[in-house]
Design a binder for this molecule. Structure first.
Ligand code: AMP
Ligand code: ZN
Length: 120
């Protein structure tokens, strides 16, 4: 394990060393509630394996990226928002407000979402 993985918050959450509220899991992915929800439903989906961001995950293991997206769809189904609609988001870099360096998919929905792009 590299030092970045040892220090990685979401690796610790996957390992159960940091508590989280589970929503869905399978052999390759884990989904849990965002601690600071930006919509009625706000769930994060991560691969159990550490990859820094969505681009790295796509390059290193495209099938695992597909697993993460399919887990996001399953979360939407479980949360009852598959029909009403939802947003899947990967943030990358400072302008996107990215704060955790373990690729994670935001699943947002459960109400009409705002526009995204420029603030305000
Ligand atoms: P990002 O800005 O895309 O890097 O998203 C990181 C997300 O992780 C934010 O929405 C945070 O609210 C969320 N977050 C940070 N710490 C935790 C935690 N311990 N448990 C659940 N979600 C967290
Ligand atoms: Zn990690």
């Amino acid at each position: 394990m590299s030092s970045s993985e040892a220090d990685c918050l979401f690796c610790k959450i996957v390992e159960g060393d940091v508590p989280s509220t589970p929503v869905y899991e399978n052999g390759t992915t884990y989904a849990f509630r965002d601690i600071n929800p930006q919509a009625r439903v706000h769930v994060l989906v991560v691969a159990r394996q550490h990859h820094e961001d969505a681009g790295a995950l796509a390059g290193d293991d495209p099938a695992l990226l597909a697993d993460v997206i399919l887990a996001g769809v399953e979360v939407a189904r479980q949360e009852g928002i598959e029909e009403s609609g939802y947003r899947l988001v990967f943030n990358t870099g400072d302008d996107a407000g990215r704060t955790v360096f373990h690729a994670h998919l935001h699943v947002l929905g459960g109400e009409q979402l705002g526009l995204f792009g420029r603030p305000g």
